[in-house]
Ligand binder design. Structure first.
Ligand SMILES: Cc1cc2nc3c(=O)[nH]c(=O)nc-3n(C[C@H](O)[C@H](O)[C@H](O)COP(=O)(O)OP(=O)(O)OC[C@H]3O[C@@H](n4cnc5c(N)ncnc54)[C@H](O)[C@@H]3O)c2cc1C
Length: 519
């Protein structure tokens, strides 16, 4: 086994990993490990854009209020303040790196998305924001001394005397293992969207960073909160493809299979209600009409607006036989974004010295129980920058204690091994999670899933290749999501239980898991 050393090791090459790498290389040597090619990530698929208060009618204060409202009582106010106050500075970095945000007459154009009170979403290439960010940042990275190791999967965090000293990684091409030692290890591995049968997420988003951090005894917080996007293309034989919220922002309407507009029956904000409300309303409509889809109607909007504002969506649908300027778009909800993750303080520090987390892997506290649309790209850069700033400070680390929230820490409970469970494979895992731990949950369904997942975990073989590492990580993440959802005996934000349909004041607190410690 070979050993390599550098100042910063960053695991992941989405917006969080690449942006941090570009800032860190000004301060020391940097290696980026990524398990696929550099642009295999969720970032590349982001459509809507990045939220920042720039309009004359907007302010960081208003952005703060909208974010806090979306989070349904669980946002960390200090973290949200940082997010909204430091947004403009970090977006200026992206512009400096060359991200071509859309402009009109020299001014950046802003659009509106659900639950934002004003237009504040910057976008690039119309609806290809993530692709432009990813391409721009990876081009910049290539022009620096940053070493990018593709097909390199981080498989274990190395800890010595309570401090992180590096990471073990699998070379997915040769099957060999190597150790990489560093002063600062930054997990930027994205969320865990592949947990579910229907998902907008890339194949690489398998909860690896969360599983690795948990195994090293880092705290995992708020993992029961999974956001389901309401409008994902539902066409037979076509992989789920996001139809951006911005289509509703521009006036798109939701109709049931009978052609009736239904959202005003469920929420005053109608199509622009928070994502969890729209997703659940769609599920109820589908159930009532015995259908697996509803329709998004953009036919009343000017065709030119659709083709220029949503060129990517327009082309994708047209290539699958659907002209969205003339016909209704069949859609249904799909798993989209993980609000929880590796618990960090406002500097991206975990409870283990030397270990940081950023981007969707991290739980900074800005999303609470529900993420405000277009705040995740922003979170990646704002808290990514703070990770690098923190590594320059000489004062002792305060680790995760800075977040003085009311959290209850748990270990994963021991469960009896069941004798009659379906075989463990990715489709079975994803179906179980979709059916029992999805948009509408119940105590009974969660209990059933928890038993099966614990049994699967007890039967896991030692990982040997990328797929087996990913499956093992997904099973662990599935257990964490399910056990947290069972513990949370209420409904709040994206977590909805039929047996506890109300939001309860005593549950305005966080569920935290640690491998070893109970407080
Ligand atoms: C379809 C879609 C549309 C979206 N639209 C928006 C939007 O408009 N605005 C917004 O703010 N957010 C949006 N989001 C969410 C946002 O894109 C993500 O939250 C964000 O891009 C996450 O960035 P990241 O850097 O944390 O992770 P990712 O971009 O997912 O990157 C994770 C990286 O980690 C690597 N990795 C994972 N595990 C390992 C391992 N074990 N070893 C080595 N490498 C590993 C992966 O290969 C990948 O390179 C969207 C998401 C999707 C899926």
């Amino acid at each position: 086994m070979k050993t390599n050393y550098c100042d910063y090791i960053i695991v992941g090459s989405g917006i969080a990993g690449l942006y941090i790498a570009l800032l860190a290389v000004e301060r020391g040597s940097v290696i980026v490990l990524t398990k696929g090619s550099i642009d295999d990530c969720n970032t590349r698929y982001a459509q809507g854009g990045i939220a920042v208060a720039m309009d004359k009618n907007d302010s960081p204060e208003l952005h703060f209020k909208d974010t806090m409202a979306a989070g349904d009582g669980l946002c960390d106010a200090g973290a949200v303040r940082i997010l909204t106050d430091e947004a403009a500075d970090c977006v200026a970095d992206l512009i400096k790196f060359g991200v071509p945000f859309d402009t009109l007459d020299g001014e950046i154009t802003l659009t509106k998305e659900a639950a934002h009170s004003v237009s504040r979403i910057m976008h690039a290439g119309g609806d290809a924001t993530g692709e432009h960010i990813e391409v721009t940042l990876s081009r910049q990275v290539r022009a620096t001394p940053i070493k990018v190791l593709e097909d390199c999967l981080a498989s274990e965090i190395l800890v010595q005397d309570g401090k992180v000293i590096g990471v073990r990684a699998l070379d997915c091409r040769t099957g060999s293992m190597e150790e990489y030692h560093c002063q600062f290890l930054i997990l930027a591995t994205g969320g865990a969207g592949r947990l579910f049968k229907y998902t907008t997420n890339s194949d690489v988003v398998t909860g690896d960073g969360i599983a690795l951090a948990f195994a090293a005894d880092a705290a995992i917080s708020d993992i029961e909160f999974f956001q389901f996007h309401p409008t994902v293309l539902r066409l037979p034989g076509v992989a789920p493809f996001l139809i951006s919220e911005a289509v509703r922002g521009e006036g798109g309407l939701l109709r049931n299979v009978e052609g009736r507009r239904f959202m005003p029956d469920y929420a005053a904000e109608a199509e622009l209600a928070a994502r969890d409300i729209v997703a659940r309303s769609i599920v109820y409509e589908m159930k009532q009409n015995h259908s697996d889809r509803v329709f998004l109607d953009a036919t009343h909007l000017p065709a030119r607006l659709i083709t220029t504002r949503f060129p990517h969506i327009y082309r994708f649908c047209r290539d699958h036989g659907l002209d969205i300027t003339k016909g209704l778009i069949p859609v249904a909800p799909a798993a989209h974004y993980l609000m929880g993750g590796v618990k960090v303080n406002s500097w991206g520090e975990t409870n283990i010295p030397g270990l940081f987390a950023a981007g969707e892997t991290a739980c900074t506290g800005v999303h609470g129980a529900n993420r405000l649309a277009s705040n995740s790209l922003l979170e990646s850069v704002v808290f990514g920058k703070r990770v690098v700033q923190r590594t320059e400070m000489t004062v002792p680390s305060c680790h995760c204690e800075e977040r003085s929230d009311t959290a209850i820490s748990h270990c994963l409970p021991h469960r009896e091994v069941l004798s009659n469970v379906p075989p463990l494979n990715l489709p079975n895992l994803q179906s179980l999670m979709w059916d029992k731990v999805g948009i509408i949950r119940s105590g009974e369904g969660l209990e059933e899933a928890a038993g099966i997942l614990a049994t699967w975990q007890s039967l896991l073989a030692q990982s040997s290749d990328r797929l087996s590492y990913e499956l093992n990580n997904l099973v662990l993440c599935a257990r964490l999501v399910t056990e947290a959802a069972l513990l949370r005996k209420e409904s709040r934000g994206a977590h909805f239980r039929t047996d506890f349909p109300r939001t309860l004041p005593e549950w305005q607190r966080h569920v935290v898991f640690r491998k070893n410690v109970i407080n």
